[in-house]
Write a protein that binds this ligand. Sequence first.
Ligand code: DQA
Length: 143
Amino acid sequence: MNILVINGPNINMLGIREPGIYGKSTFADLLKLLRDTAEAEQIQIEQYHSNHEGDLVDKIQWAYGKVDGIVINPAAYTHTSVAILDALKAVSIPAVEVHISDVDAREPFRRISYAGMACVKTIKGHGLEGYREAVLFLKETYG
Ligand code: DQA
């Protein structure tokens, strides 16, 4: 099974950005969690990060015909991007939305998720472990 993990803007700043909200674990820790999960589950996990909306759309389009599932944290674009929503709908690959923080418990504008409208599941507020949960869900459901 091939899973693509996509992270949007500022996720590469984990460990530095707002540790009271996102925790002290770094982006490198997240990449290690993904490598360890891939090894433990005997699956392929490719990760992609960009701070740019169009690059995220390009990567979702690239995934068509190549991956079996997508884990996506569109970060701030979650709450604004119809383009990412449309890209996920266009490729029709099972996708799980992950948020490190509990977006429902924060500012009201974070309660709207465009990307989530094209996702089979949303995991929020579980920290980095949410990514592992998302991968396991895709493996159990579509693997
Ligand atoms: C986030 C939540 C978003 O509202 C925020 O813009 C992020 C990270 C999360 O993982 O909790 O950058 O997606």
